[in-house]
Design a protein around this ligand. Structure first.
Ligand code: PHE
Length: 346
């Protein structure tokens, strides 16, 4: 029967076509052509009407067989293609574990933070605790409770970034003292508070609108200026070298009375006088003093029973002297060549 020959012809043709197919989309399209309603099998079957019943049955059976056969051929090709895709993926994803690895450069600790860590270690060793406070402060804690009422001329010394009349970026770490005193309710205190502070300064080699301080506060009975001097001399000798001397000069801070400015002997010339110390043999490193009675009273302390000292170290100042850095901006411009010099060796 010619229809059966035609069906066999379709199988042969489909087989040849299948050999050329090499992706799943293509396969899907070919399958739709061969087995679809408008495909060759459907067309052959459509011409069946004129045949005898016997021939119809025979052709019907033959066409079902061919359909099954084609289905199987397409199914087989599909699984072959899928397997090939998986194999290709496996080949592509093979990892050569013998290749050298990629080295990610490790970061280091910023020189300023290294200085803070050294200060913390040193003061913790002397029995101090580390306290922290917010960088956005209230005018009350940053000034009022430190004996700087509104309109006080010393407020100009700390030209401040105000957010609104009550809130500001702290211009000193001293408000952390106020917070600690209020929390401690008249009890003795021995803390340092390192942190960032902000002032409306034009940036140059020695000024930055953002810098770091490390404030200290010690309150107890019978604490004197001699204790303050001891704590500062110890700091100077541990941070620089064991032969350093310190010098206290009278000064003024609204929150301390008496107040001093503290110099350390110049490490460049050993105190003889050189350009670094402007010929004086001394370099100023911090402000300090005995806590003013008003400050004590405002935060709930009775100056008759408890007194003490406070100091405010300029962290950049210490780091610059220690590492002989001549421009404060180096700390904040993130030049990797600068920062890499402070990386600890592994
Ligand atoms: N807070 C002062 C300043 O920023 C420094 C200081 C702290 C002075 C504590 C005395 C006592 O200038």
């Amino acid at each position: 029967m010619k229809e059966i020959d035609e069906l066999n012809e379709v199988v042969k043709e489909a087989d040849e076509e299948l050999h050329k197919v090499n992706d799943l989309n293509d396969l899907q399209q070919k399958k739709a052509i061969y087995l679809g309603k408008k495909g060759p099998i459907a067309r052959i079957m459509a011409g069946m009407k004129s045949l005898t019943d016997e021939a119809k049955r025979e052709l019907g059976m033959a066409s079902n067989k061919v359909k099954d056969l084609l289905e199987n051929m397409f199914e087989k090709k599909k699984s072959d293609l899928e397997e090939a895709i998986v194999n290709q993926k496996l080949v592509n994803e093979t990892i050569d574990v013998t290749l050298p690895g990629v080295q990610f450069p490790a970061g280091g600790i910023h020189p300023l933070y290294q200085t803070v860590m050294e200060l913390e270690d040193l003061y913790i060793g002397m029995g101090y605790k580390v306290a922290e406070g917010p960088e956005i402060e209230t005018d009350e804690y940053c000034f009022e409770k430190l004996n700087l009422p509104k309109g006080h001329p010393a407020r100009d010394m700390q030209d401040t970034f105000y957010i609104n009349p009550e809130l500001l970026l702290r211009s000193q770490t001293s408000p952390v003292q106020v917070r600690t005193m209020l929390e401690s309710k008249g009890e003795p205190i021995k803390i340092i508070c390192p942190g960032k502070v902000y002032r409306r300064d034009s940036d140059d080699a020695t000024h930055s609108h953002q810098f770091m301080q490390c404030e200290g506060l010690v309150l107890g009975s019978d604490i004197t200026m001699a204790d303050l001097k001891g704590a500062l001399l110890e700091m100077a000798r541990k941070m620089f070298d064991k032969d350093r001397e310190i010098r206290l000069r009278p000064s003024f801070f609204p929150f301390t009375e008496p107040s001093v400015e503290v110099d350390v002997s110049c490490g460049m010339c050993g105190g003889k006088g050189c350009p670094t110390c402007k010929g004086t043999g001394w370099i100023e490193i911090l402000g300090a003093g005995m806590v003013n009675d008003n400050v004590l009273r405002m935060s709930g302390y009775d100056p008759e029973k408890i007194q003490g000292y406070a100091f405010g170290i300029g962290v950049e100042r210490i780091a610059m002297l220690k590492h002989r850095i001549d421009d404060i901006r180096n700390f904040y411009t993130n030049d990797i060549r600068f920062l890499n010099q402070f990386k600890e060796e592994k």
